[in-house]
Design a protein around this ligand. Structure first.
Ligand SMILES: Cc1ncc(C[n+]2csc(CCOP(=O)(O)OP(=O)(O)O)c2C)c(N)n1
Length: 367
């Protein structure tokens, strides 16, 4: 008999049976199917976070304040949350249900898959697997166990990307005139001269290799760690001050590493140009809105952090007209580009184009 795939509604029904009042959440491909179901539940408060390291502390505060909170995000974010797991999950004896998307499940070549369960085991965090709707009772089981043992207990959402068909689609609003990210990247590509380009994971990593004229000067999907392109780009800019370094960032990714704006401005590398494609959504995981969408200004954040030059563009022509000047200015320069929030599924980012040793050798040639 065919197994029934996991559906957002069944998972949520089981979560509600536990009396959960708050879900602290960052989307991912594995659990994207939960978004619509969660949004349609008025008795539930969704707390979207910018980076997973915030999730356990928020849940700890909610639980301490008398609410029934749980955490929902990807296992990659669990790696990022290590110190909160230790200090607030384990030492603070937090009765916490963790629902974690399992990147790398049954994938022998994935480092996420390789290290995830051994890491949970090393921390003594009990875990259950959720593959189909028939397994959802494991959620209540895990929650009760968390309460009884005063420890976090994890439920792992296996079967990566199985839920594509019921993902959330954030439709383009009528009259929206923002530019296409590929067109914007084309402008950057034509004016890069001999700059090194560090492309964030996600849309730009998928698009950039299609248009780049100097792939040997590009670092795409690197590191394959969401949000870290800005930090990596800073390192490159400091290491090779004679060469312009371009960071191609995304809004969700930058929110995950907002402190890097301050770190970059503080070191003030004159050779750094930091582009951010602001589409207002996590496009790669199905178009869920980023926290603060419509309220925050990335240009404002960069300006107040202390970047030397800051720009924002929502028209391709304006970007075309300004790009040459931008590339010749003394940095650090920040350029926010408002792009369309297309959310149809496109292939996942390409693989990283090298490891530390091979890329270092490649870049030695130009220094
Ligand atoms: C630490 C971490 N958390 C969550 C994810 C899951 N994830 C993969 S792509 C993505 C959305 C990326 O959105 P954004 O950076 O805005 O780029 P876009 O897809 O819109 O180009 C998320 C949340 C991840 N890969 N790593």
């Amino acid at each position: 008999m065919d197994k029934k795939p996991l559906t957002g509604q069944r998972v949520l029904d089981e979560v509600m049976k536990c009396g959960i009042t708050h879900i602290v959440w960052l989307p991912d491909a594995e659990t994207r199917f939960m978004y619509d179901a969660m949004n349609n539940k008025p008795s539930l408060t969704l707390v979207p976070v910018c980076r997973e390291g915030e999730a356990i502390p928020i849940a700890a505060g909610l639980i301490t304040g008398g609410k029934k909170a749980m955490v929902l995000h990807q296992n990659t974010g669990f790696f990022e949350s290590g110190d909160s797991v230790r200090g607030l999950g384990l030492d603070f004896q937090l009765p916490l249900l963790l629902l974690l998307g399992y990147v790398g499940w049954r994938n022998e070549t994935s480092s996420t898959g390789k290290y995830f369960e051994p890491m949970l085991d090393a921390w003594g965090i009990k875990h259950y697997l959720l593959e189909t709707d028939d397994d959802v009772e494991r959620i209540s089981m895990a929650y009760n166990e968390a309460v009884d043992t005063k420890r976090p207990v994890a439920v792992l959402i296996a079967n990566e990307y199985q839920s594509k068909r019921d993902r959330h689609i954030d439709k383009i609003k009528p009259g929206q005139t923002m530019m296409d990210s590929l067109e914007a990247e084309n402008v950057i590509s034509r004016h890069r001269h001999d700059a090194i380009v560090v492309a964030a994971t996600h849309t730009s990593s998928r698009e950039w290799p299609q248009i780049s004229s100097s792939l040997d000067l590009d670092i795409v999907n690197l590191p394959p760690v969401m949000g870290k392109a800005s930090s990596f780009g800073l390192g490159m800019a400091l290491a090779i001050p004679t060469r312009k370094v371009i960071i191609l960032d995304a809004d969700g990714a930058l929110l995950m590493n907002l402190g890097s704006l301050v770190t970059i401005a503080n070191k003030a590398p004159a050779n750094l140009v930091h582009f951010v494609m602001e589409n207002g959504v996590y496009r790669t995981t199905g178009g869920q809105p980023i926290p603060g969408v419509g309220k925050i200004s990335f240009r404002g954040l960069a300006k107040e952090a202390g970047y030397r030059q800051v720009y924002e563009f929502d028209k391709l022509n304006d970007l075309e007209n300004a790009i040459e000047k931008i590339m010749n200015e003394t940095g650090p320069t920040f350029v926010c580009i408002k792009v369309q929030r297309l959310t149809e599924m496109s292939p996942f980012p390409c693989a990283m184009n090298g490891d530390a040793a091979s890329l270092s050798k490649q870049f030695k040639k130009i220094t």
